[in-house]
Ligand binder design. Structure first.
Ligand code: FNR
Length: 353
């Protein structure tokens, strides 16, 4: 494994510059960019920056731990690696390297449906993993992904529901990005990412959800919910979890940051499912803000793929350890001994800002 020097990246912001140094500009633009004017992309960060954490003091935090559970499974910290496709476009070991780093860090990996490594190879890393799923026009393709995930030991199916179409992402277009036609997606029978792009099912509805739910006994998670009404419907349909997400600002530009709607979603869910959040998480303190507003855990996207590009498995391991250490330090300073201790009293948001 490549050595990752402290000076190269001290935090999850720095790793972006490391990736920019090693990637061709078009690939970097594809990873970093968002949809439209990238208003939502910026809003995701702005929301975390506006959030105020309120520490409690004179609490004995000598035994603080970042350990928790996510969907009932022990985790070293309240963080899951977000699903991101075509990782072999940035590193030859692709999703397998990410999976090994996640397993070593005690973190669940959510494997993209557009993974360029096979589920069996990812499972060989030995850590817990979830299979992210798109609903495909070809129902056989959707069923095949679920069957392989179950056969290879996935612990949940994460259906992404914010991607009925893939919008024009102008930063990537301007830089000349095209999906490499040398890469295949094994879980989709070796189709190329470009083939799959046009296979996304724009008719996805609650009846599609019922059909997909009927394919599996694994817990189902819906990723890409922002409306409390949809969160309530998801619970009525029996989901185990919800990921409050705007896809890292890559889908509908103009949406709120997940952090802005999190408390309302948590209220609508009313304990019926676990609520996760992603989009813009870069600091341990961001994770604490999400926990304070009721999230069970967060997903982290771009910093992981940047680290993979910059330093492979060691880079991803470094990102996860930096985040874990920041969460631990933040918990201590917030006056909490574990993620479960973090609550509404630790945060100011919205009208009180
Ligand atoms: C993604 N994301 C994504 N989501 C998903 O459900 N399936 C996928 O295949 C992908 N692929 C993908 C590729 C790349 C390059 C990026 C950057 C993102 C979205 C991802 O899971 C997550 O929602 C966001 O990345 C979270 O925001 P941050 O942490 O990147 O700001």
């Amino acid at each position: 494994m490549a050595e990752v020097r402290d000076a190269e990246f001290l935090n999850l912001h720095d790793v972006e510059a490391c990736a920019r140094d090693v990637l061709d500009p078009a690939t970097f633009a594809f990873l970093a960019g968002g949809a439209g004017d990238e208003v939502t992309l910026r809003r995701n960060r702005a929301a975390f920056e506006r959030c105020r954490l309120v520490p409690r003091v004179l609490v004995d935090v000598g035994a603080a731990t970042t350990a928790t559970t996510v969907l009932g499974r022990p985790a070293a910290m309240p963080v899951v690696v977000a699903p991101m496709g075509i990782q072999r476009a940035v590193h030859p070991e692709g999703e397998c390297a990410t999976a090994r780093a996640a397993a070593a860090g005690g973190t669940t990996l959510c494997l993209s449906n557009i993974s360029t490594c096979a589920p069996a190879d990812v499972a060989a890393a030995g850590g817990p993993w979830w299979q992210q799923l798109y609903s495909w026009r070809d129902h056989g393709l959707t069923r095949g992904v679920v069957e392989q995930a179950e056969a290879c030991g996935a612990e949940a199916i994460v259906l992404t529901v914010d991607s009925g179409v893939v919008p024009r992402r102008e930063r990537a277009l301007r830089a000349g990005f095209a999906f490499p036609d040398t890469l295949e997606v094994p879980v989709c029978g070796g189709r190329t990412p470009a083939d799959l792009h046009v296979q996304v099912d724009v008719t996805l509805s609650w009846s599609t959800f019922e059909r997909i739910a009927g394919l599996t006994r694994l817990p189902l998670v819906l990723k890409g919910i922002l409306s409390p009404a949809d969160a309530a419907l998801a619970c009525e349909h029996g989901v185990a979890g919800i990921v409050v997400s705007n896809h890292g600002g890559r889908q509908l530009d103009g949406t709120p940051a997940p952090l802005e709607v999190l408390a309302a979603v948590v209220e609508a869910v009313a304990g019926r499912a676990e609520v996760l959040l992603d989009s813009g998480v870069r600091r341990g303190t961001d994770v604490l803000a999400a926990l304070a507003l009721g999230a069970r855990a967060v997903m982290v996207g771009r910093p992981v793929i940047y680290a993979l590009a910059a330093a492979g498995e060691a880079g991803v391991a470094r990102v996860l350890e930096l985040l874990r250490a920041e969460i631990e330090q933040g918990l201590t300073l917030l006056g909490c001994t574990s993620p479960d201790d973090v609550g509404q009293e630790h945060v100011l948001i919205g009208a009180t800002w």
